[in-house]
Design a protein around this ligand. Structure first.
Ligand code: NAP
Length: 290
């Protein structure tokens, strides 16, 4: 049981975390701070937080648990704003979708205090953002990936693990590098592709008419294109090296298929489609996938 959660970023992820923590009886009170006072006021009105803080530092004052639920590009400024109150009794976590940049920011800012920071990525979320979409069940049954570094204190990793398990999550641990490589392939590239697909269709003179004819296959494929632009801008840039590698591999695979289609090599084309179809049919949806 934590005495006080200092929540920085009272949006979808942060708000859902506070609600889930309260329901699980794992926290006595939640003090929240967000960039816009109107967000914090709404969070208070919704019962997501118990007290509004006028700054990140004041949200952390007296907290034994701190959650950073801000866009990944805001991690460094946020840590700088709170670093004077970071102490060994505190557990600090984040929920950012990229991890190497978050860990680098924490190294730069927290220095010797970095042991209390456990980087986390819950594989939960939605295309909508904002506290008004906070959902007490968002994390239940989902995977959470912890990416501790050599200086992260083992006791803090254990504490973070118990906390996420207390919210009904399955906890996995990997390095920030392994995390970013994997999520470039299975999350960041798919988002990039759907953004490009929507733009390529809507950029055509008849694009709107084409979209009006699209069916459920298109709906399933393009769902994630409706994601929050600011959040995804930050994630794609933060993980640009791994994403660049995945984009190149994808372009090679696309070029190979295009070449077989152009030359009418039906057997080879079928072989490649068969390989993809087989892989998809045998893929087991992880608990983190919606
Ligand atoms: P969100 O709903 O937009 O919430 C972000 C919150 O952070 C907003 O309340 C925003 O305040 C606040 N904020 C922004 N910059 C800030 C700053 N400098 N200082 C303090 N607060 C600041 O976004 P979200 O979906 O919860 O995403 C939060 C984090 O979760 C991101 O790092 C993202 O990568 C990660 N994540 C998201 C998903 C998903 O599916 N959405 C899944 C996994 C991980 P205002 O309301 O005042 O602008």
């Amino acid at each position: 049981m934590f005495e006080q959660l200092g929540l920085i970023g009272c949006g979808l992820m942060g708000g859902s975390f506070a609600l889930a923590l309260k329901r699980a009886g794992l926290v006595r009170r939640v003090v929240g701070y967000s960039k816009s006072p109107s967000t914090t006021a709404r969070a208070l009105q919704m019962g997501v937080i118990d007290v509004e803080a006028p700054s990140a530092l004041l949200a952390v004052s007296g907290a034994d648990l701190v959650l950073l639920a801000v866009p990944v590009a805001a991690t460094e400024t946020t840590l700088k704003a709170i670093r004077h109150l970071v102490n060994p009794d505190m557990l600090i976590m984040d929920v950012g979708s990229s991890k190497r940049d978050v860990v680098d920011a924490a190294r730069r800012v927290l220095k010797l205090d970095i042991g209390v920071f456990v980087p986390c990525h819950p594989i939960a979320g939605r295309e909508v953002s904002g506290v008004e979409n906070a959902d007490v069940n968002l994390y239940a049954g989902r995977q959470v990936i912890l990416t501790p570094i050599d200086r992260t204190l083992a006791a803090k990793v254990d504490q973070a693990t118990s906390l996420w398990r207390g919210l009904g999550c399955e906890v996995l641990t990997m390095s920030p590098e392994a995390h970013d490589a994997a999520f470039a392939a299975v999350s960041h590239l798919p988002h990039l592709l759907t953004f490009a697909l929507m733009n390529s269709i809507t950029g055509q003179a008849d694009g709107k008419d084409y979209l009006s004819l699209a069916g459920s296959g298109f709906r399933d494929f393009s769902r994630i294109a409706a994601s929050d632009p600011q959040m995804w801008r930050d994630v794609l840039i933060a993980n640009r090296e791994e994403l660049g590698r995945q984009a190149e591999l994808f372009q090679q695979a696309l070029a190979e298929l295009q070449q077989l289609i152009a030359s009418g090599q039906a057997d080879d084309l079928e072989r490649l489609i068969n390989r993809a179809s087989h892989a998809r049919a045998n893929w087991r949806v992880s608990p983190g996938a919606r």
